[in-house]
Design a protein around this ligand. Structure first.
Ligand code: GLN
Length: 283
């Protein structure tokens, strides 16, 4: 009979024979995912039997993991701002660095009477918009993406977090389909240059969607497009919070200053890298 303990031992042995690096902790997480239980359950029930079908599925996952596929991609979900988000092929795998955008938005959110209107450009899994909606209970928001598939995933996440009455999704190339003004505009746009893409780590290059990563020759193309649309769509008292890549702070500030924005401040991520820029409109 196949038991949890036996399966973990066999998987580890099989991988070792092929000289494949593995982490017993990850094997346990993947087995738990396969059989639909928690990793604690797997840890506490070594004698529990496992079906042949589950065993085969588990081996498949282990092989994918050993080929560099991130755990979050295999399991189709990732935790962000303490919430769990479904992923799909067309969504970026949310990074902890992007939590800096939420932190900055909460610190600078406009103090107005009426419920805040939020807008998230390139919403992907919806992680930025939905996390911020969770934090601001009476706000409503729109997530925009050029990928219909990504929007479906974002919509599922909105349902899952009971935010479907406050989160709406629109298929648009940046702001083309939008009118009106918003109090907080967020974006973690693609910001990798075509050249840098070639040197990205395999686990990013192979598993995150190209369209969510790359932004023209110099990595700044999406900021140029956003600067124009955001100056039209930001309310007079509103704030714009943008994620940036390494060494892009000066260039991005320059682009937005040339489009009527006033630079407010920079937030750094946990590695002390400038990660989120805050702007408002000049009076
Ligand atoms: N806003 C989404 C995120 O932060 C997607 C960003 C993107 O695709 N560049 O994960």
């Amino acid at each position: 009979m196949l038991t949890i303990k036996k399966i973990l031992q066999e998987a580890i042995l099989a991988l070792r024979k092929q000289n494949i690096d593995h982490s017993p902790r990850e094997s346990r997480i993947l087995l738990a995912f396969t059989i639909g239980k928690s990793p604690e359950y797997v840890f506490g029930h070594p004698e529990q039997s496992v079906s042949e079908e589950h065993y085969q599925l588990f081996l498949e996952y282990i092989v994918r993991r050993s080929q560099g596929e991130p755990l979050s991609r295999i399991m189709g979900e990732r935790e962000f701002w303490g919430l769990s988000f479904l992923l799909s092929q067309d969504t970026l795998d949310p990074r902890a660095d992007s939590e800096t955008v939420i932190e900055a938005a909460l610190k600078h959110k406009p103090k107005v009477e009426q419920p805040l209107h939020l807008l998230d450009f390139g919403t992907g899994s919806g992680c930025l918009l939905l996390s911020l909606l969770k934090e601001i209970p009476d706000a409503i928001g729109i997530g925009v993406d050029i990928s219909l598939n990504a929007l479906q995933t974002a919509q599922k996440n909105a349902f899952f977090h009971h935010l479907n009455d406050r989160a709406f999704f629109i298929n648009s190339h940046w702001g083309h389909a939008l009118q009106g003004t918003f109090d907080i505009i967020l974006s973690n746009p693609p910001y990798i240059s075509e050249e840098d893409f070639k040197n990205l780590k395999d686990n990013v290059r192979h598993f995150d969607p190209y369209r969510a990563l790359v932004s023209g020759m110099d990595g700044l193309e999406c900021y140029r497009a956003l600067a124009q649309d955001c100056s039209r769509l930001l309310s007079p008292q509103g704030i714009l919070v943008l994620e940036i890549g390494e060494n892009q702070e000066i260039d991005v500030i320059h682009i937005f200053k040339s489009n009527y924005f006033k630079y407010v401040t920079t937030y750094r991520d946990l590695a002390s890298i400038p990660r989120a820029l805050v702007f408002n409109l000049q009076n």
